[in-house]
Design a protein around this ligand. Structure first.
Ligand code: ANZ
Ligand code: ZN
Length: 735
């Protein structure tokens, strides 16, 4: 049903009859093993896609592989396998595993970011950014792992140590490629307001961008024509300034070197702080050195000592501050530690001192990787012409085969001597290729565009296809991507919009995150705890449909839940009962009414990704028909709404009933509003007779359904007894 040759799930470009629906899940990294977390993202998301298909949409539900990155290279170093072989073997295995989920992927559009046919366009997009001033090379301080011999991104540094090898990370100034995402800080911030995203995710992005409006104030330096510029959010505290602080990297220091008395001490201090990571500096040891220089307060005329201290960061504001110990806690601690005056608390109305300035926490995006298994940065270095972009017609710059993947101070690509030697596209003289590769976040910042036209070899995607399919209608994936991936993809989209390559500037207007699955012990799944669930084993034993259903039933999709083997067996029994349903000539009124209520509830629940309540609604319906039987007409409708949850099982039954073709070619059942009216009740959820929450449930809801709903809101860990008064109260007796 879901194999690659089946054309049933191929999305059709420019379908005139149906509205498009672009349904997207975050593509996996081909680690070689599809785990239950992947299942939890993909299986319930597929239920949504299948319902859209049955509702008559032209659904695009693509899948691919985010195939570059370190694990392949580390496997190569450890086991001597070529990263390409390792990656493509894993992809082959994961394709089969993905097919076992029973998702309606359009495999004809599969993308693999490590394929030259894909990364040709990653390189092309890089060149567009480069030619428009959005990609640049600069000497910047980077986290350097002396053991891996490579630069690390901030998120790869955990407590000052390399995430991979655990070695102490050092700081090193090196030339690197960056994308100018800071140019987009304001738009990335403002446009969040219009996105239908989880509030928490938006808050994290706001925080990451960290926009802070304040003022830039100049303090003249005594005995010099220079002045020191500070960034402050509290210009009204200027009368309380008792000293100034500059960051160790501040250019001011080399400019005034001749006037600094204790140069040796200052240089030692600078050297020490250059070894610290940013995180270590923020730990704040209150250390610093007095430069022996004086600044003049522009309001009071007071002379203020200028200190050097590494709690002030060069990358924020102006890299220098006015310190106000009477108002600022950190300044106060520093003053106390270094015998500096505390000063007055007096506030001034000189709010207009200096000039307006906005500081951002957001830094430019460092995309250089000194590793092998990534997209080569498509530029060359020419002795005459400097950095030159590779001619677009010469793309892709293919990764050469190499033997030794260990970085040795220089990136591994530097060892491919033949490959490195090339000619300059500008003067035709000898030139060297760039040996750095791009961060894999670059690959995943545009893959959703490629799906619109994944086989195109002339452009990254045809403009008409892009216009038709994008933006994505719903994007579903893990909350761990709240900041980086989602921010970078938004940046790319905005930059390409400005370059007139796209006609929209937000890629994912609607985003949802699935929750996390805990083990049966309610702990995070991990190999060391031994509570990891292997989906392949479960699929072999219970079938994919049961696993899909249980993932839905386990808890609210966006919150997650804990695994339970009994729960899985429960949904498997439920499917058996559906298979044994007694089909009679005519349903009774109660069954038909309940069917329409069920259609309504399941339709709405899938729409809001409330898969758990949808499944319990289906189960309640099954309980009734177990007793009463059901007409073929009603049973057919029931099967259709069950189909997205259990695609294999329902399709089998569908054919057994003598129906033709696929159940997924059928229209989604429409409920009759008159039959579906539901009498609902407010039910008090109590612990020991005290009302904790009120839930809203159908008046005829079964006890287990109400209990299930109640348990999602409160946590009566050890209820001795549960008293249910139908339609009124559910009381968990705990003591
Ligand atoms: C004087 C002052 C008085 C300050 C006061 C704060 C409170 P946010 O809100 O995070 O933007 N600052 C400025 N640049 C800095 C840097 N590069 N490294 C460390 N600290 C820096 O913080 C802005 C405040 O952080 C600025 O306002 C400055 O201290 C400090 F009662 O100036 B304030
Ligand atoms: Zn040249």
């Amino acid at each position: 049903m879901t194999d690659g040759k089946n054309k049933q799930y191929r999305a059709r470009d420019f379908d005139k009859k149906r509205k498009k629906f672009y349904h997207l899940v975050m593509f996996p990294y081909p680690s070689g093993d599809l785990h239950i977390g992947h299942w939890y993202n993909f299986a319930p998301a597929d239920i949504y896609a299948r319902k859209k298909l049955m509702e008559g949409y032209n659904v695009l539900s693509p899948i691919g592989f985010d195939a570059f990155g370190l694990p392949a290279e580390n496997a190569a170093i450890k086991h001597g396998i070529d990263p390409e072989t390792w990656t493509y073997q894993n992809i082959k295995r994961m394709r089969d595993q993905l097919k076992s989920i029973g998702a309606m992927y359009d495999w004809s559009r599969e993308v693999i970011t490590a394929d030259p046919s894909y990364y040709k366009w990653t390189q092309w997009l890089f060149l567009q950014l480069y030619k428009n001033g959005l990609a640049y090379r600069a000497k910047i301080k980077a986290n350097w792992c002396p053991s891996c011999q490579t630069v690390l991104a901030n998120e790869q540094v955990v407590n000052g140590e390399c995430e991979r090898c655990g070695n102490q990370v050092a700081q090193k100034l090196i030339d690197q490629w960056l994308f100018k995402i800071t140019d987009y800080a304001d738009r990335l911030l403002e446009d969040l307001d219009n996105l239908d995203w989880p509030e928490k995710t938006k808050a994290m992005q706001r925080n990451w961008i960290g926009r802070s409006p304040g003022r830039m104030i100049k303090f003249p330096i005594k005995g010099s024509s220079l002045s020191l510029e500070v960034f402050t959010t509290r210009p009204d505290t200027i009368k309380g300034v008792t000293y100034m602080v500059v960051a160790p990297e501040h250019p001011f220091i080399s400019k005034l070197k001749t006037q600094i008395s204790n140069v040796k001490v200052v240089e030692d201090y600078i050297k020490k702080s250059m070894h610290k990571t940013e995180r270590e500096r923020l730990k704040y040891d209150k250390s610093g050195v007095d430069l022996g220089l004086k600044a003049i307060n522009p309001i009071t005329g007071e002379k203020l000592p200028i200190w050097l201290a590494d709690y002030v960061l060069m990358g924020y504001g102006t890299g220098a501050i006015m310190a106000v110990p009477a108002h600022d806690k950190r300044d106060r601690q520093f003053a106390e530690a270094n015998n500096l005056p505390i000063g007055s608390r007096e506030l001034t109305d000189h709010k207009d001192v200096g000039q307006e300035m906005v500081a951002y926490r957001l830094r430019d995006w460092l995309i250089s990787r000194q590793r092998y298994w990534g997209v080569p940065v498509p530029v060359v270095y020419c002795d005459n012409c400097g950095i030159q972009p590779v001619d677009e017609k010469d793309l892709p710059v293919k990764l050469p085969k190499i033997k030794d993947y260990l970085p040795k101070g220089k990136p591994p690509l530097a060892m491919a001597k033949q490959w490195v030697k090339t000619t300059c596209p500008n003067c035709q003289g000898p030139a060297d290729r760039e040996v750095e590769t791009m961060d894999t976040f670059v690959d995943s910042s545009w893959y959703f565009l490629r799906y619109a036209d994944s086989k195109n070899s002339k452009v990254f995607a045809n403009a008409e296809n892009l216009k038709y399919w994008l933006p994505v209608d719903i994007y579903i994936g893990g909350a761990e991507h709240s900041v980086l991936h989602l921010l970078y993809a938004r940046f790319f989209t905005k930059a390409l919009y400005d370059l007139k390559l796209l006609n929209f500037d937000e890629p994912f207007p609607k985003l949802r995150h699935q929750g996390v699955i805990l083990g049966t012990d309610r702990q995070k799944m991990s190999k060391s705890r031994g509570n990891v669930i292997d989906p392949d084993v479960l699929v072999a034993k219970y079938g994919a449909d049961a696993v899909r259903l249980f993932l839905c039933f386990m808890g609210p999709y966006e919150q997650g839940g804990s695994w339970s083997d009994e729960g899985l067996q429960g949904v498997a029994r439920f499917l058996n009962r559906v298979g044994r349903a007694r089909v009679i000539s005519k349903s009774n009124v109660e069954v038909t009414q309940l069917l329409h209520k069920t259609i309504k509830k399941v339709s709405n629940d899938i729409e809001s990704l409330s898969f758990n309540t949808a499944v319990s609604t289906l189960m309640i319906f099954q309980n009734i028909i177990d007793k009463q039987g059901i007409s073929e007409e009603d049973f057919t409708a029931y099967l259709k709404i069950l189909a997205p949850f259990a695609p294999f099982f329902t399709q089998d039954l569908w054919l057994k009933l003598g129906k033709k073709r696929s159940i997924f070619d059928q229209d989604w059942p429409v409920y009759n509003e008159k039959l579906a009216v539901e009498n609902r009740a407010k039910i008090a959820v109590q612990i020991d007779g005290k009302t904790k929450k009120i839930i809203d449930a159908p008046i005829d809801a079964r006890r287990f359904q109400v209990e299930h709903q109640a348990r999602q809101m409160i946590n009566p860990i050890k209820a001795k007894k549960i008293i249910y008064i139908a339609g009124k109260i559910i009381n968990f007796v705990v003591s």
